[in-house]
Design a protein around this ligand. Structure first.
Ligand code: CU
Length: 167
């Protein structure tokens, strides 16, 4: 009997570990540290890849480039975050659906006419364990998942950012 309870407790621990979510707080970028908090993005592993569910406000309406950046810093208008997460050094921005570019390229983020973002995006090549200790970036412009005509999808300025915690 005791062993059964122990096993059940162990199973619960393992499953809560497997299905753990990460909450990533997001702040507007600024010249020094971080600007105003604009909400958070919840990250979950699914059988189809990493699901990012935004709960954001105070952003400009439309599509925004959305990426995992290399470094766990958001200061200096987001520049401290470095480039797109690219562990295989492909140096190519190809978006989330091709296997041969930046690993950190996500589907573009949709912000509604009130400045809120709630529509989840799915990144099939990513997992929670891969994004921990990096940063999540929102750009001013959209993303055409290409380096042409502009580098890095043409998103330009880094308007909001969050350091991705380990747990
Ligand atoms: Cu970016």
């Amino acid at each position: 009997m005791k062993i059964r309870i122990l096993l059940a407790a162990l199973l619960l621990m393992v499953s809560s570990y497997v299905y753990a979510s990460l909450i990533i707080p997001i702040y507007l970028t600024s010249d020094k540290g971080e600007g105003a908090k604009v909400g958070y993005v919840k990250a979950d592993d699914t059988v189809y890849g990493l699901l990012l569910t935004p709960n954001l406000h105070g952003l400009s309406p439309g599509l925004h480039g959305f990426h995992i950046h290399e470094l766990a810093f958001c200061s200096d208008h987001g520049k401290a975050a470095g480039g797109h997460l690219d562990p295989e050094h492909t140096n190519q921005h190809k978006g989330p659906y091709e296997g041969s570019g930046h690993l950190g390229d996500l589907p573009a983020l949709y912000v509604d006419e009130k400045g809120n973002a709630t529509l989840p995006v799915l990144a099939p090549r990513l997992k929670l364990d891969v994004i921990k200790g990096h940063s999540l970036m929102i750009h001013a412009g959209g993303d055409n998942y290409s380096d042409k005509p502009e580098k890095l999808g043409g998103g330009g300025e880094r308007i909001a950012c969050g350091v991705i915690p380990y747990h």
